[in-house]
Design a protein around this ligand. Structure first.
Ligand code: LCS
Length: 394
């Protein structure tokens, strides 16, 4: 890389994306090849021994995927990144790399449903233990730590409660306790929050969301602060096979170039809509880090560069009114996922977090009336009009 790209608006366009060495193509080519020819037997042996740099086989590495990895590593300020087949492949790569029989994880209670379910139901079968606590309360994290705890796994802002976790405090605690801190940065995107700068060891994203931004790709990426952590993750990912495909990587490279612009516009819309919702007579509550009413508004200002584009809210008429509202939207799309150019609305208790038991959802603050709105880049007036007409029918 020519530059140390710490200005995100520049990094999304240039980091890792040098013109192609062969023909000068300005857009990174799609190296749609599963395998790469060696110049000689000695060259092949040197690549396998790690004595020379180069590509061997796409499960182990690919030039198009590497361009995306270098871009996101620059955005997050890490030593290296690893593209994965999905956000969940990033999650399971982290779990597999650092957990074993008897190991314990402390995680955010309202973490994305499958990040929790896979730990409880699948890793549990192999003797991994986990506690899910309200990580917005540092005391609750401290209380949950055990001598066997290996990993502190945080999602902030959390899906879908929009509660925050103090990353600086967690990094300090993880360091003191000799454990790793991994942060799901999907909701904020690297434009708004850089956990490695605040002391985390690992940051990851579902690329499916803001980084790709166009609701047409599934993907994930992991970034490590230090080489030894990166090397361990890389070993596990390439062995387990959850690698990103080069065509998938190219689509994300295409989307990521406008990440800063999209986040700015979506956040601007979200900040206005959160206020509109808060003032609306049919709305019971709104949780958005940019509102002074958010219990961690001050923390959002100290660890994020902006409050983002996701809003959670509940209606005075509860679940039934919420159902009527999400059935009545016309411009917003009733669909799961988030971080796309288009506004999406969904009901977590019956959709993204349906796999979490009602008792656990209750403890995590995922109330039955909670509606999650992922604000897109449409004109604010059109979004406001759509929400208003849908609220009238609620
Ligand atoms: N982390 C977070 C915070 C997520 O929101 C998701 C997906 C993942 C990880 C997993 O990423 P994937 O494998 O889907 O790329 N969240 C979704 C959601 O809230 N609605 O649909 C998917």
């Amino acid at each position: 890389m020519k530059h140390n790209f710490r200005n995100p608006e520049t990094a999304v366009i240039h980091a890792g994306q040098e013109p192609d060495a062969l023909y000068g193509g300005v857009s990174v080519p799609i190296y749609q090849s599963s395998t790469f020819a060696f110049h000689s037997a000695e060259h092949g042996a040197a690549l396998f021994a790690g004595e020379e740099k180069g590509f061997i086989y796409t499960r182990i590495g690919n030039p198009t995927t590497k361009a995306l990895e270098d871009c996101v590593a620059a955005l997050e300020g890490g030593c290296g990144a690893l593209g994965t087949a999905s956000g969940m492949a990033a999650v399971t790569t982290i779990y597999t790399a650092f957990l074993e029989k008897g190991a314990h994880v402390v995680s955010t209670a309202s973490v994305y449903g499958p990040s929790r379910t896979v730990l409880e139901k699948e890793y549990g079968r192999f003797g991994v233990e986990a506690d899910f606590v309200d990580t917005s309360d540092l005391g609750a994290i401290k209380k949950a730590l055990r001598p066997t705890t290996k990993l502190l796994f945080i999602e902030t802002p959390a899906n879908p409660t929009m509660m925050l976790t103090d990353l600086r405090a967690c990094a300090e605690l993880a360091k003191e306790s000799g454990i790793l801190l991994a942060v799901d940065n999907t909701f904020a995107s690297p434009i708004l929050q850089n956990p490695l700068d605040l002391g985390a060891d690992i940051v990851f994203h579902s690329l499916t969301k803001f980084l790709n931004g166009h609701s047409d790709v599934i993907g994930g990426i992991i970034v490590a602060r230090e080489e030894n952590v990166y090397a361990r993750l890389r070993k596990v990912l390439t062995l387990m096979g959850g690698t990103m495909d080069p065509h998938q990587a190219w689509l994300v490279l295409r989307g990521i170039k406008t990440l800063a612009l999209r986040v700015e516009k979506a956040q601007d819309n979200a900040a206005k809509l959160a206020l509109d919702l808060e003032r609306h007579p049919k709305v019971a509550w709104v949780r958005y880090p940019g509102l002074p009413s958010h219990p961690q508004h001050a923390l959002s200002k100290s660890q994020m560069r902006g409050p983002g584009a996701l809003i959670s809210f509940g209606l005075k008429g509860g679940l039934d009114a919420g159902r009527r509202m999400i059935n009545a939207v016309r411009l917003c799309t009733l669909a799961v996922s988030l971080g796309g150019i288009e506004s999406l609305i969904q009901h977590p208790a019956s959709m993204t977090h349906a796999g979490v038991t009602p008792e656990e959802r209750d403890k995590a603050g995922i109330t039955d009336d909670l509606i999650r709105l992922s604000v897109g880049c449409e004109a604010y007036d059109d979004l406001r009009a759509d929400l208003e007409q849908a609220l009238e029918k609620a």
